[in-house]
Design a protein around this ligand. Structure first.
Ligand code: 13P
Ligand code: SF4
Length: 351
């Protein structure tokens, strides 16, 4: 560690002490260690949403994650709390692959062909608050990577079809886990008429999947799994469900970041793991479990560049401002959007 870093970390620690009881720092597992070390609570998207909803006693929540996570926290928090994202550039490229205007237009096209009352919308939590509101107002739900199958099953019990966005892979992996046949899963290609499908294909579909994806999890390939199994026959492969279906099928396990952590924690000493998710989490697991052999599934580092926008420098900047009574980079979802989005988030939390 350089002297400069040491200085920075000392200043953050001092500010945290000064603001104790007022500030809660929530950190997603993909944050770099430099920031993660200052977390009060850590988690996957679902756990962090729950923690934000239950953190009523803290006036300020600093969210070290990406924009949609901070928006969800703002929707679920108490009225007198402020949610802060240390860098407003920390978005999620996958969430940006579906805008509310695109989704509303697609919904209308689908409704004209299939009848709106037969379709239930489900949005992955990696989406804007406006999309969550759209879904909430239509009787649909949010899901995360840890409950997508359960939410999909809930939606299919209420309607004949599910329109799922924005992650095609999570949608397909969850559909397959529920035993839905390949010809009942169709992809809605953004910008194409009827999403590039015929009316008959849409009529026969059970799940209609928006063609969004996470570039980080697209980097994991079946070829890498084969190479690992050749190199280390006892390897256990676990991947995040934002990975393509062929990769999930070839892996031994799949699950949210929290589930990945649990699987590694519960494995016996000496276990070998190849993990298909963001590199910061894999590096942390490697450090925490010196008695196990842990590596990234891919040979090149798979980094979420937008998660990395949150740094100790902008975290300190937020804390310094709070110490002077100033709230910077507050994430505010307008009341009408928040009300609709809360319907969809609450439905998920109930399911
Ligand atoms: P988790 O909910 O599994 O933490 O995933 C969030 C995410 O953005 C993964 O890319
Ligand atoms: Fe979005 Fe992928 Fe980054 Fe997760 S890892 S925040 S899905 S870009």
């Amino acid at each position: 560690m350089t002297r400069q870093q040491e200085n920075l970390f000392e200043q953050i620690t001092a500010r945290k002490k000064e603001l104790a009881g007022k500030v809660l720092i929530l950190c997603h597992h993909y944050q770099h260690e430099d920031v993660f070390q200052f977390a009060d609570l850590t988690g996957d998207s679902l756990k962090l949403a729950r923690e934000a909803a239950e953190a009523g006693e803290y006036p300020y929540i600093i969210f070290c994650g990406v924009h949609f996570m901070a928006e969800s926290a703002d929707i679920l928090k108490a009225d007198d709390q402020a949610v802060i994202l240390p860098d407003l550039n920390a978005g999620c490229p996958m969430a940006d692959m579906a805008t509310v205007d695109q989704v509303a237009a697609a919904w209308q096209e689908l409704a004209d062909v299939c009848g709106a009352q037969r379709v239930v919308p489900v949005t992955y939590v990696n989406s804007s608050a406006r999309i969550k509101a759209f879904v909430g107002n239509l009787g649909g739900s949010v899901c995360t990577s840890s409950n997508a199958e359960r939410v999909l099953a809930w939606a299919l019990a209420r309607g004949e079809k599910v329109f799922f966005f924005p992650d095609e892979h999570l949608g397909r992996n969850s559909s397959k886990a529920l035993g839905i046949a390949d010809d009942e899963i169709v992809v809605w290609r953004r910008g194409e008429k009827l999403g590039g499908n015929s009316a008959a294909q849409l009529a026969g579909a059970k799940t209609i999947l928006w063609n969004g994806y996470c570039h980080v999890h697209q980097e994991f390939l079946v070829r890498q799994i084969r190479e690992w199994r050749k190199k280390a026959p006892d390897v256990r492969i676990i991947v995040h469900p934002e990975s393509p279906w062929e990769v999930v099928r070839a892996a031994d396990f799949y699950g949210s970041t929290e589930r990945i952590i649990d699987a590694v924690r519960q494995s016996p000493p000496g276990s070998t793991w190849a993990i298909g998710t963001e590199v910061n989490l894999v590096n942390r697991l490697k450090k925490q479990h010196g008695d196990k052999h842990i590596d990234l599934l891919a040979p090149t580092p798979c980094t979420c560049a937008t998660m990395s926008c949150i740094t100790p420098v902008n975290l300190l900047w937020v804390l310094d401002n709070l110490a002077q009574g100033k709230v910077v980079n507050q994430i505010r979802v307008d009341a009408e959007t928040a009300a609709g989005a809360k319907l969809a988030l609450d439905r998920m939390l109930e399911i």
